[in-house]
Design a protein around this ligand. Structure first.
Ligand SMILES: NC(=O)c1ccc[n+]([C@@H]2O[C@H](COP(=O)([O-])OP(=O)(O)OC[C@H]3O[C@@H](n4cnc5c(N)ncnc54)[C@H](OP(=O)(O)O)[C@@H]3O)[C@@H](O)[C@H]2O)c1
Length: 353
């Protein structure tokens, strides 16, 4: 059965990605897109869209509640493509009440608001009090390769883009203390494109500062590390340090992690372990050589590669932050919650150039 689909945060970058995917999805029907600046046609903002979805007009967020209540007998899906803090506020003010009234409503939140498990973890990571902390731990974490999405899950929290890259490339090695040095740090760096920062330019994402430039940030710890350390991921692994970098391109994340092996022969087994792991997952593929962004940008794939040199294991991963790290993964998790084919509506092939 088709799900009538709504998007909140309509002018945002991921909202545009979601609209593009929803209109190609055989079981989702785009109904309305909400923006604080209502009235314009969607195509005036998301200029890559054409036809029906481009002609639809952004609607007032205050109209969402009535629109959902009018469809109380139909399966509905709402994407929250809002900044962190704003999603939780909407949930507290409106969403919780609506979800209680509408048993056929499912919600997928793209923000960080429901990814963590406790009020303490949220406060420590986002330096803010969560407005409805009793909800933490009650949303399904939408990283299907590591956390199966429960059937008919009605609340899905999509992971962060760096958190996706870190977990999908390093989690399979987490329990391999037989292969990895038990006290040596795992050192990961990842460079992201400017689309990771959303649609509105800031002093660090504006084109003149970004183009032809390269810098590290959050050396004291990026917020997405909290997703790696969440209790659902088993034993805490404090060995991981992670430094994000901002790169002079629009889309994609390129991750490089360096792990100390127990001995020079452990490398082969560590590589085999990672390669075998990719074989059981539709959207995680093994690469025989160091992967490039252009092999994944435009697709919902993460490409993984590892090789050992002496006692060091290099792990490399690439993904498209807007798709496997964002809107695509959100749809992948929702597909699974409905027992649909995991890949419905999702691009497998990258743009290439
Ligand atoms: N970009 C990525 O690669 C990526 C990947 C994974 C997760 N995420 C997360 O997904 C969410 C959306 O990301 P994005 O890149 O699309 O961000 P974005 O481009 O900044 O879009 C967020 C949208 O939310 C609405 N909004 C902003 N401030 C608001 C406020 N105070 N009250 C109500 N609505 C507000 C705006 O839409 P209107 O002006 O139309 O109301 C805005 O366009 C964020 O939480 C982000 O962290 C992003």
């Amino acid at each position: 059965m088709t799900h009538t689909t709504f998007v909140l945060g309509g002018r945002g970058l991921l909202a545009g990605e979601l609209i593009r995917l929803i209109v190609e999805h055989p079981k989702l029907q785009l109904e309305a897109v909400y923006s604080r600046q209502a009235g314009d046609s969607i195509g005036t903002v998301h200029r890559f869209l054409s036809g029906g979805p481009a002609e639809l007009e952004f609607e007032e967020p205050s109209e969402l509640e009535q629109a959902l209540l009018r469809r109380d007998s139909q399966p509905c899906l709402l994407f929250l493509a809002l900044p962190h803090g704003v999603s939780a506020h909407w949930w507290q003010q409106t969403g919780q009440r609506l979800a209680a009234k509408l048993p056929k409503l499912s919600i997928v939140d793209l923000s960080a608001d429901f990814r963590l498990q406790s009020a303490e973890a949220y406060q420590a990571t986002y330096q803010a009090t969560h407005p409805c902390s009793d909800e933490l731990g009650t949303w399904s974490y939408g990283l299907p390769e590591l956390h199966p999405v429960p059937l008919a899950a009605r609340k899905i929290a999509a992971p962060g883009c760096f958190a996706t890259a870190l977990q999908l490339s390093l989690a399979p090695l987490r329990s391999r203390s037989d292969l990895l040095h038990s006290n040596a740090p795992w050192v990961a760096q990842a460079v992201t494109g400017s689309s990771g920062s959303g649609a509105v330019a800031s002093s660090t994402t504006h084109h003149p500062t970004r183009d032809g430039n390269y810098r590290a940030y959050a050396l004291q710890g990026h917020r997405h590390l909290a997703e790696w350390s969440a209790p659902r991921n088993g034993e805490a692994n404090d060995l991981l340090t992670f430094t994000p970098h901002s790169g002079p391109f629009k889309r994609g994340i390129h991750l490089h992690a360096v792990l100390q092996l127990k001995n020079a022969t452990a490398g082969t087994e560590a590589c085999e372990q990672l390669q075998a792991w990719t074989q059981t997952h539709r959207f995680v593929d093994w690469s025989e050589q160091a992967p490039e962004l252009r092999e994944v940008v435009g697709s919902n794939r993460l490409l993984l590669h590892a090789q050992a040199h002496k006692q060091v294991l290099h792990v490399l991963a690439v993904l498209d932050n807007s798709l496997k790290g964002g809107a695509g993964q959100a749809i992948q998790a929702f597909n699974l919650s409905q027992s649909w084919d995991e890949g419905l509506g999702l691009p497998i092939h990258a743009w290439g150039y």
